[in-house]
Each structure stands twice: as structure tokens, then as C-alpha cells.
Ligand binder design. Structure first.
Ligand code: IPE
Ligand code: IPE
Ligand code: MG
Ligand code: MG
Ligand code: MG
Length: 359
């Protein structure tokens, strides 16, 4: 039996996740303080990141702002990889099997989209890569842990991830479970090393990450995903799954980026809308790619969703309509960027990139 009682309610009232986040916001909002890290020049000097767009950045123009998203991603990925390497215990540190396993999955070649979104959101709010980096690394650790567990035989049972054998195939199931546990815990250790900001304290940051990855959000989505196997679900039930298992962490990533720039409540609200919609589009595209791409291209087994009887957009509404839904969600995300005017080039470019990605 599906444990759907609250989920049907959730589906009926639309974007419940957004409401839950807004309620949390009200209970923790602080007196506005000065914005830290607004010096874009020193940010670029520190990170090598391109902070300007090539040709004016009208955030409401999807992909039409000339922002070099490829360069942004190359820079953010390099900076994130370097920081993760610094934050994680070396592979030789005992228990070496554990640190090898954590690093194996973390450095297997993920797209690093969540940290990129976090850093881009920091930039949109006038912050720095440096200040956002612990949070960007924390969300990547949580994401990687969720993949290690998602691939286990008891879950999606995949032999490949990020173009390599999955953790349990290399290290065995016990170590893979523990590597996931350790990456999840590592995320909080890294996040605790952030500065803390006038509007957003360490407590707010910890709550933000815990809520997004906990039993009401990411885990809730994974539970519903498993319980939905082989069942015929409605489009709104499927949306609930996507909202929780994927959108919650993407939304959290951009919100954390904004928080690291001590963003205003209005900016945080705009980032929430942006992240929520980009997060939903992300999973629709993931479902489409499972049907349309090869395993080689994806670095994970293609065509698995149908075999496992997963509820996906292509299965429920067909490929063509799925693409339209992803496009619609992405335009909702673009619309949310209006308040940022010229500063949202990276967020805008990333949303466009995610819609067009082929892996
Ligand atoms: C895959 O995420 C899992 C989903 C939530 C769909 P990504 O496509 O971001 O995986 P990596 O990080 O690039 O491996
Ligand atoms: C994974 O969704 C979501 C999480 C890990 C939280 P999928 O099961 O669709 O991801 P892939 O296709 O295995 O990457
Ligand atoms: Mg899954
Ligand atoms: Mg999976
Ligand atoms: Mg998938």
C-alpha cells in the first residue's frame, strides 16, 4: 500500500514545498544587516570566475544574455573540486577504505550542478565564491551520498554511476552504505565551517540543509519513488516525488548561495521560486534522458526506469509533453530572476544549460 495520505493532500494544493519553506522563513527571519562580500572585483580575483555577461544580462531573456555558462561551470567546478579535496580526509587517513570510498564517488566526475547553482546564487546577490564555498561543497556531499544509496541493490540497483562502477560494486554493500552515511555527516561538518551571516546564523544554515535532505523532503521523495514502483500514479503524485527527491536539494542549493551573501528576504524568495522550478525541470529532463540517451553518454544505466516500473514523466505523459513541461518550468525559473536584473547571468545560463543538457 502506498503511504500517500498526506501526499495526495500535498498534490492537491500545488507547490506545498514552497509553502513549507516560506513558513520556515517567517519563523526564523532576522533584522536586516549589512551585506557582506559585495566586492565583485575581489571575488573574481579570488576565484578566477567570470562575473560579467558578454552582452548585457537581462535575466528575463532565457539564454539570450550572452553569458558564457561553459566558462562559469569550468571555473566553479575547478574551485569546488579543489575545496572538496581540502575539506575531505585524505584517502590514506584511517579507516582508509572509508575515505577511499567517499572520495571515489565524490570525485568520479559529477556535473557539480548543485554547487554551481549555489555559487551562481551567491553571485546574483552580490556575494563571493569564497563565502559560499563550504555550503556549495556541503550540498555536493549530500547529493553524492544520495546517489550512492540510490544505486544500492535495495534501491535502484545500478552498476554504473558517473561513468564508473557504483560504490557497492567496488567496495561492497556494507562499505557503500557507510560511505553514504559518512558523506551525509561530512556535509554538516563542512557547512559548519561557513562564516555565518547577520541575517542567517549557523542554526539557519544547518536547518536549511537538514530540512531539504531529511525525511520530509529528499527522503520523502525517495520513499514515494520506491513505493510508486509498478503502480500507476497521477501526474500530481509524480510531481510530489520530483518536488521532494530532487527539487528540494536544488532549491536548498540556491537558497544557501543567497544566504551566504546575506541576501534580503525578497531575494531569498526569488531564489526559492527559481530553485524550485529548476529543480522540477531537472528531474523531468533526467527522466527524459533515461529514455533517449545511451548508458555511455549518461555514465549510468539508461532505460532503467521502464524496467523498474518507475513513475516518470515520459511514462505518464509521453516524451513530447514531458519536454514542454520542462520548458514551462524553466520559463517559470527565468521569470523568478527578474528582481536580480543584471546580476543573474550565471543563474539564467545554468537554467538554460540544464534544460538543454544531454547527460
Ligand atoms: C542525478 O543527478 C540524480 C538526480 C537527482 C536526477 P545529476 O544528474 O546531477 O548527477 P551527477 O552529479 O552529474 O552525477
Ligand atoms: C535520484 O533519482 C534522486 C536522488 C538520488 C535523491 P533517480 O533515481 O532518477 O536518479 P538516477 O537516474 O539514478 O541518477
Ligand atoms: Mg532513484
Ligand atoms: Mg536511480
Ligand atoms: Mg533517473
Amino acid at each position: 500500500m502506498l503511504d500517500w495520505s498526506s501526499q495526495d493532500e500535498a498534490c492537491a494544493s500545488g507547490s506545498v514545498l514552497l509553502k513549507e519553506i516560506a513558513m520556515r522563513q517567517k519563523s526564523t527571519s532576522k533584522t536586516p544587516g549589512p551585506v557582506k562580500g559585495t566586492d565583485q572585483t575581489s571575488q573574481r580575483a579570488a576565484t578566477g570566475a567570470p562575473a560579467t555577461t558578454k552582452g548585457g544580462s537581462d535575466a528575463s531573456t532565457p539564454g539570450g544574455n550572452g553569458f558564457d555558462v561553459g566558462m562559469f561551470l569550468a571555473d566553479s567546478t575547478a574551485a569546488v573540486n579543489e575545496a572538496l579535496d581540502r575539506f575531505l580526509p585524505k584517502a590514506s587517513v584511517k579507516p582508509a577504505t572509508m575515505h577511499k570510498a567517499m572520495r571515489y564517488s565524490l570525485f568520479a566526475g559529477g556535473k557539480r550542478m548543485r554547487p554551481a547553482l549555489c555559487l551562481a546564487a551567491a553571485q546574483a546577490c552580490g556575494g563571493t565564491f569564497e563565502s559560499a564555498m563550504p555550503l556549495a561543497c556541503a550540498v555536493e556531499c549530500i547529493h553524492t551520498y544520495s546517489l550512492v544509496h540510490d544505486d544500492l541493490p535495495a534501491m535502484d540497483n545500478d552498476d554504473y554511476r558517473r561513468g564508473k562502477l557504483t560504490s557497492h560494486k567496488v567496495f561492497g554493500e556494507g562499505i557503500a552504505v557507510l560511505a553514504g552515511d559518512a558523506l551525509l555527516t561530512q556535509a554538516f561538518e563542512i557547512a559548519a565551517q561557513c562564516d555565518g551571516w547577520k541575517r542567517y546564523t549557523h542554526q539557519d544554515i544547518v536547518l536549511e540543509i537538514a530540512k531539504a535532505s531529511g525525511s520530509l523532503q529528499l527522503i520523502a521523495g525517495q520513499v514515494a519513488d520506491l513505493e510508486g514502483e509498478g503502480k500507476s500514479l497521477s501526474a500530481s503524485q509524480l510531481r510530489y516525488i520530483h518536488e521532494r527527491k530532487t527539487s528540494a536539494l536544488l532549491c536548498c542549493s540556491v537558497r544557501l548561495g543567497g544566504m551566504s551573501a546575506n541576501c534580503s528576504p525578497a531575494e531569498l524568495e526569488a531564489l526559492t521560486r527559481f530553485g524550485y522550478n529548476v529543480g522540477l525541470a531537472f528531474q523531468v529532463i533526467d527522466d527524459i534522458l533515461d529514455v533517449t540517451q545511451t548508458s555511455e553518454k549518461l555514465g549510468k544505466t539508461a532505460g532503467k526506469d521502464i524496467k523498474a516500473g518507475k513513475a516518470t514523466y515520459p511514462a505518464i505523459v509521453g516524451l513530447e509533453r514531458s519536454r514542454k513541461i520542462a520548458e514551462k518550468l524553466t520559463s517559470e525559473a527565468f521569470a523568478a530572476l527578474k528582481p536580480f536584473k543584471g546580476r543573474a547571468g550565471a543563474l539564467n545560463g545554468l537554467a538554460q544549460f540544464l534544460l538543454q543538457r544531454d547527460r
